[in-house]
Structures are given as structure tokens and as C-alpha cells.
Design a protein around this ligand. Structure first.
Ligand code: UTP
Length: 293
């Protein structure tokens, strides 16, 4: 069945971006000139997703504001013939149909996904975490949709990381079935290194069947009172096949200040209109690197 809908949880507290996240949702923080959210919506649209459901929370109204028409601005830019800028204003709204559901309290990623149950209905869908930014063409979601269609099953994006850092991530227990594809037997959240079943860590892209909602409804909150998506997926595994897919591309952690800086530098170097300035900027700092060496 064609993947038409994507759920983007954006209702978290964003504590790693305090204090700025008190006023600006981290999902709206930019890489160069576009918010994180826009990059992942573009990735979904490229994969054929037509409708995006963003999970927001009270106090994060600026997220829906971003996707509303900006008539006064558009009129002004049109009057002065600024067609390039007009296209930029219209870009986010043209990628996909965007709707919003509310998670009143940050009760975990699983709980956030559950809030989108009615909006998704009875069809497979993608979950995208906007702080995981993946640079590649074709995008990670396009790659995953293809795998999901071939195997007629759910697919979770994974990345092999050095064993020293596995304890920071959700990890899959899986058997490789083909190039980049592993059949999942289990999932563990932040295991101690010596107990980690693999070094394949879960990245924020999931293609899931609608039955995940029932699994999440039956998932008990964990230690912090949060419903974890990983626990829901474990329950889903009892009746459904899930595959881990090692996507092609580079992942950037837009959920931390230094991760966002890294992404910004990489994108600035890659973009035609910014690469020259980015190189000059890095050269400007070279002497400091030399000093500290
Ligand atoms: P994170 O754990 O990275 O985001 O969740 P966070 O909790 O907002 O950030 P920190 O850890 O406090 O810095 C990944 C995605 O899931 C959303 C977040 O908004 C983010 O986009 N999320 C998380 C929810 O929508 N609801 C939740 O209850 C938790």
C-alpha cells in the first residue's frame, strides 16, 4: 500500500536547546535559512508523501504559524517583483498538505505518535524525527519506501556507530538478510555496551503499519512516565515483521547545538550559493585550530 502520510513529532521540551527553546521550538531552528522541519518535510515529499501531520504542544504555536499563508509579506514581495523571495515564502506550504495534532504534555515519543492515530487512519505511514537530518539523494525515506514495498513490512532506519557510543542510542537485535537490510528480532533502548546486541542504532525514520497505534495504546509508561516508541515497536514485533535498513547518507544530529552547527557547516559547504563563503569562513578560523594543535 502506498505511503501517503507522515507523522512528525515536534512536541518535545527541547531541553538540550535551552534557553533558546523557551521561545523558539527547536524544530524551527535553522540550518542556514530553512527550519529543520522543512528539510524533513521535503525529504518526505520527495518520497511521495502527500500529507504531513505535525504533533505540536501548547506554546509551540509558531510551528503552525510557519505554515500559514503570509499574505501581507507575499503582496509586498509581489509588488516589488521579488520573485525569488516569493518562491521561498511559498516553499514550505507547497511541499505537502500539513495538519496539526496536539500533544498536551510531553509524555514521550510513543505517546506523541499515538496522538496522530485518527489523522493517520488505517494505513501504513512514516514517522520522521525532525532533529535527525539526513543528507543524501535519493533521500532516506525514498530508500526506505522502496525496501518496505519490496518486503511488504515495516522498516526502521539504522546506522552503524562505534561500539564505544552504542549506550547512547536505541539498538536493534537483528539478522542481516541482504545488503543494508536486517530482520529485527528485538530492540533495546540505551543498553550498556557489553549487553548491546549490535552496533546498529535507531535513527529517526520509521515506516510503520497502523497496528502500531494499538501496540502503543497497550504500552505502559516507563520510569519517567513516558510512553516510549521503542516499547510500542517491541509489542508490534509479536505480530508484525520489522526490518532495519542501513540508509545511504550522512546523519546530522540537529537536536543539539553542536550537532546543528556541524549540519550547518556541512550544508553551507555543499550549497552552491554558500560554499565559497563557507570555505572562507573555515579558513578564517584555521589559525585557531593551528594554535590549539
Ligand atoms: P527528543 O527526545 O530528541 O526531543 O525527541 P526532546 O525531548 O524535545 O529534546 P531534549 O531531549 O529535551 O533536548 C525527538 C522528537 O520527538 C518529539 C520532539 O519534539 C522531537 O522532535 N517529542 C518528544 C514529542 O513530540 N513528544 C514527546 O513527548 C517527546
Amino acid at each position: 500500500m502506498k505511503i501517503r502520510k507522515a507523522v512528525i513529532p515536534a512536541a518535545g521540551l527541547g531541553t538540550r536547546f535551552l534557553p533558546v527553546s523557551m521561545s523558539v521550538p527547536k524544530e524551527l531552528l535553522p540550518i542556514i535559512d530553512r527550519p529543520l522541519l522543512q528539510y524533513v518535510i521535503a525529504e518526505a515529499a520527495e518520497a511521495g508523501v502527500e500529507e504531513v501531520i505535525i504533533v505540536t504542544s501548547p506554546g509551540k504555536e509558531s510551528i503552525s504559524g510557519y505554515f500559514q499563508p503570509h499574505s501581507a509579506l507575499e503582496q509586498r514581495l509581489a509588488a516589488s517583483g521579488e520573485t525569488d523571495l516569493l518562491a521561498r515564502v511559498a516553499e514550505a506550504g507547497n511541499l505537502a498538505k500539513v495538519s496539526f495534532v496536539l500533544q498536551k504534555e510531553a509524555l514521550g515519543l510513543g505517546h506523541a505518535v499515538l496522538m496522530a492515530k485518527d489523522a493517520v487512519g488505517n494505513e501504513p505511514f512514516v514517522v520522521i524525527l525532525p532533529d535527525d537530518i539526513i543528507a543524501h539523494s535519493p533521500g532516506a525515506i525514498s530508500q526506505m519506501v522502496q525496501v518496505s514495498e519490496e518486503l511488504n513490512a515495516g522498516v526502521i532506519a539504522v546506522e552503524a556507530v562505534p561500539w564505544e557510543v552504542v549506550h547512547n542510542y536505541g539498538v536493534v537485535d537483528a539478522t542481516q538478510v541482504s545488503d543494508r537490510v536486517h530482520k529485527i528480532k528485538g530492540l533495546v533502548e540505551k543498553p550498556p555496551r557489553e549487553q548491546a546486541p549490535s552496533n546498529l542504532t535507531i535513527v529517526g525514520r520509521y515506516i510503520l503499519p497502523p497496528q502500531v497505534f494499538e501496540a502503543l495504546e497497550n504500552t505502559k509508561p516507563g520510569a519517567k512516565g513516558e510512553i516510549q516508541l521503542t516499547d510500542g515497536l517491541l509489542a508490534l514485533l509479536r505480530g508484525h515483521e520489522l526490518y532495519a535498513y542501513e540508509f545511504a547518507g550522512t546523519r546530522y544530529d540537529g537536536g543539539t547545538p553542536m550537532g546543528l552547527l556541524r549540519a550547518s557547516l556541512a550544508f553551507a559547504l555543499d550549497r552552491e550559493d554558500t560554499s565559497k563563503e563557507a570555505v572562507a569562513l573555515l579558513r578564517e578560523f584555521q589559525y585557531r585550530i593551528d594554535l590549539s594543535a
